[in-house]
Design a protein around this ligand. Sequence first.
Ligand code: ADP
Ligand code: MG
Length: 277
Amino acid sequence: SDDVTECLPHTSVATASRSEPLSVLEARGISAWFGSHKVLEEVSLTMQAGKVTALIGPSGCGKSTFLRILNRMHELVPSASLAGEVLLDGDDIYDRDKKLQDARRHIGMVFQKPNPFPAMSIYDNVVSGLKLTGVRASRSDKDGLVERSLTAAGLWKEVKDRLKQPGGGLSGGQQQRLCIARSLAVRPKVLLMDEPCSALDPTSTRVIEETMTELQKEVTIVIVTHNMQQAQRVSQHTAFFLASLGTPGAIVEHGDTDAMFSEPQDERTWDYVNGRF
Ligand code: ADP
Ligand code: MG
């Protein structure tokens, strides 16, 4: 039965006093291909514990591919291959004896388009990730996790009286926060967010930004965004990706977010952050 209490440590996803240290995710020399098409070249980046790292750059420069490499989703594409290492707290997630499921459990992903299971209840949406990633929980554990995850995602107050209603009945912004709660339910160490607000209105966007600022106390966050104001509001570290004239995507420069926007070292960064291309 899957209703057995097991595997779940008693610390919660949303307690302010998280006992474990926050995690570091490090990409080392990542190159990536789709067939013979090379789309990333030697990307190295450390995503620091407890910080929000923003990935910026024009469409097609490999930001989403890089994000998918960080939680082993890239390998789901049959033609895809890669070189390099991804270390979660020093352990290579691509080690031969490491399970795919573990990478997925520890490194969650939220996508541009909110994708809750529309016919499934809000409650079941939140717990749906547990089974997929091999986490077992009793009914009361699940109740606690649902409340904590929805609270951490900034959605609890709005939905606590209608947990049995379908996730598809929520507004777009609420659906995205439901997806964040679903990711949080397995207590990930890292949360990857691929343009999480691009499909949302400004009010919902601000709610999610505020949620991220709270969440970074619990989980290391990486966000892809095309919104330069958003990168400045939510992140402490920024990496600028570029794929110029048919060359693979690469990081032009990265560093402290304020410095990247006020005094970038590379002219191309300056042009990009000022909307020149
Ligand atoms: P970004 O997120 O920065 O817009 P992507 O990572 O989506 O960039 O894409 C980088 C490059 O990889 C692009 O040239 C894109 O066409 C290519 N690409 C992305 N996904 C696939 C795929 N599944 N198959 C083949 N090529 C892909
Ligand atoms: Mg993308």
